[in-house]
Write a protein of this length. Structure first.
Lengths: 363, 363
DNA sequence: CTGAAAGCGCTTACAG
DNA sequence: CTGAAAGCGCTTACAG
């Protein structure tokens, strides 16, 4: 294990100044081609790699971006969203020589501390903001800290895309409380997926459709709920609040919600779940109670994880493509950090993937 | 967004030298209590946070550890092992002011590059080595790079604990090819879990038991296979190589393996799967083919993920506790980085959690 | 117990 | 096109 070569070693070996080596390496103008090639050759021979901390100190740049996930460990491991999202992020970071700093914090208190520490210590140049919440306190905090960020979805309207209100899209909801997003957003509108799921069930004759959603505090939960209810109203049905159950996204609460719904005097004939693990747990509960799916109960999931296609019956789900989402978010964040601004990105909206867990309501 | 306070600001405000501030902050001896308190007070007032890159540059320490995962994104998101492991790691990192640098690389070529870059750029002070492979090339590489590491399991014998060969444990296998582990290991012996799963099935009367394992190149796959076969031999049965199917750990290949096994002229009456997603996919295939579980087919999983208890029938699985594993690995790595050495850790071995996906063989 | 200074390995004006 | 020097914000011997 030989001592690491520094820029001084390279300069000496190439017979030039450190400054020139730096210029050559970062290919900035002002270095003659021959000198440049010579320097690069020497650097390669010496297996020279710049020290990130030295660069960071000079440039006030960390060459890293941060993701802090404020969910219970149990949920994170059950829900395939984040692993896929992260894989997408990594895909672009790797080619850009950037690094991902990941933080998993249980509760929200710790969350603020983590952001402050990351920002103050210059650990990261920017962060991803996921699981947007109503009047998300992280947005002003990040602004105050001067830490660039990219939001997943619009803070005003959840994850909504540019679609905007109109064109007969009943799930649109109101365009936010007027608060503009100071950060670029990368959105994947899940409204069409939710709407399609409900319409699909309506078309199959279902009239009592339940909705098992994520934490109310998360914007996308309330937005999906709005889309869900608007679609019902569009069909002339009055949404029954008793058929909406809030959960923390765990399979455990998905199962509990299903049990509660099925034990009602007037149980639903279909349930729309907020993620696949809950839907799979719901499937389990239905089977356990001797119900057949979709004969007695239709079920839809959300996110279309790998398992969706392999459970029995295979799960009708809404595909959101977390991998591409991660890629787009990373590209946007890098651009924001580099240029000081970046345009909003709207990915292809979520769409329904119909499989066999949904069927006609029993006559 | 006010300018960040530096150590110079604190020194000035406290009327002392930068050096003394540094001593006070890192509570090293040689600062009078009163001065110390004054400095700390000023630091708090100014909301001072040391610049990590400046500290890194002075101390040649990055205050970060690395995890590079060389699996296909698809697999990572299906398998809850890593998310849980990472959550455990974070739990201890957070309290130690350390940070996790995560890298996800598809293929193994990129893997080496990533390690070299992390090491050369001084991005991390140490790394976790997961998914140990036969004669793992990463071990000599890391040694050469001078990058401290902690291995999950012993390189010689897979994930085996200290249990060692003997005490009637048929799954022990040979104690490695003599190559000593230059790094401390944190092990969670999965042999007892595998043995218990097979014995459980044998007790239920099963004689044709299949094994759907992970990639052969991964040590734990071959070690579990050895444990599996030894347990069968112990019961006087000759393992049938045709009943062992290698997969890449995806639900897709778990499903395919199940189909292949069930289409045999002499299908198995029980299948032991290498992870839960494959087992759940296997469950789906069985149901799809009109088989009942466990009536016609018994199934066991591995890792005991959250979903295991909520599918139907609930999945008998082997609990490996990735969260505690992550905590222990992080503590060990931090100790190694700080002290230059750390003792091996053996966690409680994996154990079987019996649920309802296993039952007596049909008469 | 405290201060002044050098050094970590880069980048970046500033001169020539 | 190239060199010499200052500076980024810390830590750490070295003196006193």
């Amino acid at each position: 294990m030989k001592r690491k070569a520094t820029i001084t070693d390279v300069a000496k070996a190439a017979g030039v100044s450190k400054g020139l080596v730096s210029f050559a390496l970062n290919d900035r103008p002002g270095v003659s081609p021959e000198t440049r090639d010579r320097i690069l050759g020497v650097a390669r021979d010496l297996d020279y790699r710049p020290s990130v901390s030295a660069r960071s100190l000079s440039t006030s740049t960390s060459y890293a971006v941060g993701l802090v996930i404020a969910r219970d460990p149990e949920i994170i491991s059950a829900d395939p969203f984040f692993p896929s999202f992260i894989a997408g992020v990594e895909r672009v970071l790797l080619t850009e020589g950037r690094t991902l700093v990941l933080s998993v914090v249980g509760d929200d208190d710790h969350e603020a501390t983590v952001y402050r520490t990351l920002a103050a210590g210059q650990r990261v140049d920017g962060v991803f903001l996921t699981d947007l919440r109503r009047d998300d306190p992280r947005i002003p905090m990040l602004q105050e800290l001067g830490l660039p960020a990219v939001t997943l979805g619009h803070p005003g309207t959840g994850q909504m895309g540019t679609g905007g209100p109109g064109a007969g899209d009943p799930g649109t909801g109101q365009p936010g409380a007027g608060e503009a997003n100071p950060f670029p957003s990368v959105s994947l509108d899940d409204t069409p997926g939710t709407v399609a799921a409900v319409r699909h069930l309506l078309d199959l004759g279902h009239r009592r459709i339940a909705h098992v959603i994520g934490p109310h505090a998360m914007l996308h939960a309330s937005r999906r709920r709005a889309a869900f209810e608007a679609t019902l109203r569009d069909a002339g049905l009055e949404p029954d609040p008793a058929l909406v159950v809030e959960t923390d996204f765990t399979a455990a609460q998905g199962a509990a919600a299903t049990t509660a719904l099925l034990e009602r005097a007037d149980p639903p004939t279909a349930i729309v779940f907020g993620n696949d693990p809950m839907a799979i747990a719901g499937l389990g509960v239905a089977h356990e109670r001797g119900l057949t799916v979709p004969g007695d109960l239709s079920i839809t999931g959300f996110d279309d994880s790998e398992l969706a296609r392999y459970v029995y019956p295979s799960l009708t789900s809404v595909r959101t493509d977390p991998l591409r989402w991660g890629e787009a978010a990373a590209r946007t964040l890098l651009r924001l950090v580099a240029d000081g601004h970046a345009a909003d990105v709207d990915l292809d909206p979520a769409h329904l993937v119909v499989r066999t867990s949904t069927g006609p309501v029993r006559a």
